[in-house]
Design a protein around this ligand. Structure first.
Ligand code: AHR
Length: 504
């Protein structure tokens, strides 16, 4: 007989973490590889619309209900002249793109991307170039995008066929400016001063915008923490969010350790909250800085292939990770972590969206399909909106190579805004045994189990491909039941679970 572990959760109606900001389920699209060209935009594709956007990928993005998409980079933005991507296409320059060493044709720019964002029902989160450029380009860009008209840049936009301003609300002040790989990388002081001045002029153009300052490009950076403190010291009164980025991999094929990496993400968030609040205390400020986790995912499968790519080609297959079942489990746990920290993390962007470390893959000229990580992301985006409940969880734990006390059961619950739906998200990190799950509902009456979705596969390395797009897909035979105020379910070994309850 198969062995089983046990894990319990208690939910109480009034024990709440926060109202989740829908933007927690955002994504990211960079001018990189085949994200734009061959992913979003491909005029010769059989499904292309009149503007050249692929309808097949647009439909998959709509399935994910992504509320916000960060654009246009990433490392790309630190060398980008936004003016290259506006106006008549035939006049747009081809440029050497130095971040990824390709050729950028500029066929798609801000206006086209804004059109695409409308097509897929999302908002755009714009990033400015604080690498090779500065406050002049930044203020002109805000004027071009957000000012109604009657000035040089707003009238230029109108002359390009966009009478109404785009009204982009959220703006990132550069990208990963601490990274040695970044075009125009800076010290924390250099960046902090520049971000402060950029924020000032951008807000003078449009006082309604929200601004994100760059935190470290990862928790492992030598200047981590010091960077955040210095940057915030300089920008505290000017910005609303501080960014975090993280990517994980399973290079050593140590899956118990890989699945525990969401604990690192949690610790990262906790540390950045502490730094924000340290600066708040130092300044005797009543303002709280929120977090924008605007790049997160698994990224390592494509590293070797990327090293072999010849420079200066157009839209080569860069960063094309093929995701496995175990990647979907970690992505599930990372989503649970973001929900658990939704009191401070208000924006998060899965990096990225199409072809480049993405839930959606395509063949240029051909098929589009859902990668394994598509499913936990979609479930969280569809059913994880509302109030994050504060769960009390008991679970057996294990020690892995880098982490101790890793709970086998990773879980969160979200009550919908109308309080008529309750969704439990749970990962069983145990690779050998299923887990007997019990969740006690206190004050949460009148619910019935609607469905118990499960993503699992006997082979943790199983993936979806163009030929086998449905190799790893969720089923709804999880079998959760509600008996005497307790949700009971057997969570299969190494599984992602979504237990959806509805008020009858
Ligand atoms: O998402 C891929 C890259 O990862 C981004 O361009 C950069 O910001 C990060 O290092």
């Amino acid at each position: 007989m198969e062995k089983q572990r046990a894990g319990t959760m208690i939910l109480e109606k009034d024990y709440r973490i926060a109202e989740i900001d829908d933007r927690l389920y955002g994504a990211f699209v960079e001018h990189l590889g085949r994200a734009i060209y061959g992913g979003i935009y491909e005029p010769s594709h059989p499904t292309a619309d009149a503007a050249g956007f692929r309808e097949d990928t647009a439909e998959l993005v709509r399935e994910l209900r992504v509320p916000i998409v960060r654009y246009p980079g990433g490392n790309f933005v630190s060398g980008y002249n936004w003016e290259d991507g506006i106006g008549p296409r035939e006049e747009r320059p081809r440029r050497l793109e130095l971040a990824w060493r390709t050729i950028e044709t500029n066929e798609v720019g801000i206006n086209e991307f804004a059109d695409w964002a409308k097509k897929v029902n999302t908002e755009l989160m714009m990033a400015i170039n604080l690498g090779s450029r500065g406050i002049d380009a930044a203020r002109n860009l805000v004027e071009y995008c957000n000012h109604p008209g009657g000035t040089f840049y707003s009238d230029l936009r109108r002359s390009h066929g966009y009478a109404a301003p785009h009204k982009f609300k959220v703006w990132c002040l550069g990208n990963e400016m601490d990274g040695h790989w970044q075009i125009g990388a800076k010290t924390a002081y250099e960046y902090g001063r520049l971000a402060q001045e950029a924020a000032k002029v951008m807000r003078l153009v449009d006082p309604t915008i929200e601004l994100v300052a760059c935190g470290s490009s990862g928790r492992g950076m030598p200047s981590f923490a010091e960077w955040e403190a210095t940057v915030l010291d300089l920008t505290y009164d000017y910005v609303d969010y501080l960014s975090l980025h993280t990517y994980y991999g399973n290079r050593d094929n140590d899956t118990p350790n890989f699945l525990a990496k969401s604990l690192d993400m949690d610790q990262f968030i906790q540390s950045v909250i502490a730094i924000c609040d340290y600066v708040k205390a130092k300044r005797r400020s009543s303002k709280t800085i929120y977090l924008s986790f605007d790049e997160w995912n698994v990224w390592y499968h494509s590293n070797d292939a990327d090293r072999a790519i010849e420079p200066w080609s157009i839209a080569p297959p860069q960063l094309e990770d093929i995701y496995t079942m175990e990647d979907a489990l970690l992505v599930g746990s990372m989503l649970i972590t973001l929900m658990r920290r939704s009191d401070r993390v208000k924006i998060a962007c899965l990096a990225q969206l199409i072809n480049v470390i993405a839930p959606i893959m395509t063949e240029t000229g051909g098929r589009a399909w859902r990668q394994t990580i598509f499913y936990p992301f979609m479930h969280a985006s569809l059913y994880g909106r509302g109030t994050a409940l504060l769960p009390i969880i008991r679970s057996d734990k294990y020690d892995s190579t880098e982490f101790s006390d890793v709970p086998y059961l990773d879980a969160m619950a979200v009550l919908s805004r109308a309080e008529d739906e309750l969704t439990i998200f749970a990962v069983n990190r145990d690779l050998e045994q299923s887990l007997e799950f019990t969740c006690e509902l206190r004050g949460l009456t009148g619910f019935a189990v609607q469905e118990h979705l499960v993503l699992e596969h006997p082979d943790l390395k199983a993936a979806n491909t163009a030929e086998r797009p449905d190799n790893v897909v969720p089923h709804n035979r999880g079998g959760a039941v509600l008996e005497e105020g307790r949700v009971k379910a057997k969570l299969g070994k190494a599984s992602w679970n979504v237990i959806r309850l509805k008020r009858a």
